[in-house]
Design a protein around this ligand. Sequence first.
Ligand SMILES: NC(=O)c1ccc[n+]([C@@H]2O[C@H](COP(=O)([O-])OP(=O)(O)OC[C@H]3O[C@@H](n4cnc5c(N)ncnc54)[C@H](OP(=O)(O)O)[C@@H]3O)[C@@H](O)[C@H]2O)c1
Length: 288
Amino acid sequence: MTNQTTSTDPRPILVTAATGKTGRRVVELLESNAIPSRRASRSAPVPFDWTDHTTYAPNLKGVRAAYIVYTPDLSIPRAQDDIRAFENAAIDVGVERLVLLSGRGEPAAEACENIVRASGLEYTLVRAAWFNQNFDEGDFLPMILEGTLALPAGDVAEPFIDADDIAEVVFASLTQHGHNTELYELTGPRAITFHEVAQILSAQTDRPITYAPITMDQFKAGLADAGVPSDHIDLLEYVMSHTLDGRGIHPQDGVQRALGRPPKDFTAYATQAAESGIWSPQTPAPSA
Ligand SMILES: NC(=O)c1ccc[n+]([C@@H]2O[C@H](COP(=O)([O-])OP(=O)(O)OC[C@H]3O[C@@H](n4cnc5c(N)ncnc54)[C@H](OP(=O)(O)O)[C@@H]3O)[C@@H](O)[C@H]2O)c1
């Protein structure tokens, strides 16, 4: 691996999901290194929407590389068509390099990886474990604030990866030589159970947070009661049953291979997140 940059190129790098957990961090890294970037999402000045193929070309025009974060997940039925259409639009306007964020253990995500592999462009595949940031920026935050992490995950362990590490690997892959055709499987340094997650978060927040293993049916019923749309419930069932069944427990060396350093540990992440105050109970506003 070499870290020689290609940053003298004046053409911007397109970052999809630019306001999301990894996209936001990739944009920050590009900006702090004075590398031109273009933010893509539905709320961007030139809107980008995965469900509307006509938004692809206007966003890709003039860019040299693109970071692909497909939302909500590469396992939904239309994902392969959308990735293929995005890739064709990228080829048409002369994009040279693609970096795809993928998930571990999902056959449908691997089908999308293969589409990018066959593009004829330079590419890097970044296959990530569950993110640490689900607990402070994502779906698990409300449960942490309530004090009970209720999930259908049994006693399975997961080697959670930090979004900062993912963003650094993506940044390197987008801007440096030496990452073409690589598949980086990104995990944290150790697998921990949700019981251990709850213990670490309790210690960091100084208040009790417990893990309550529930069945998939209980989980789905709770989501339905909370008004979550049925297609999103189906998606969560697919992702959880394909990634939290023990197949992903072994830590991998993707961060070390890509960056030459070990990944961040979950406890270090939790210490930083706790210091930000995100898990502190809100003080009620004084009544008028
Ligand atoms: N979270 C994890 O633990 C995890 C683990 C492995 C892989 N992944 C993969 O990472 C990807 C992102 O997942 P995430 O849940 O962490 O989301 P995220 O990147 O934190 O956030 C969603 C982002 O996508 C944009 N977005 C939402 N719907 C869109 C649409 N229809 N078209 C274009 N942009 C859209 C949002 O901006 P706007 O609202 O402005 O559009 C926002 O920037 C998924 O492919 C997921 O499978 C996640």
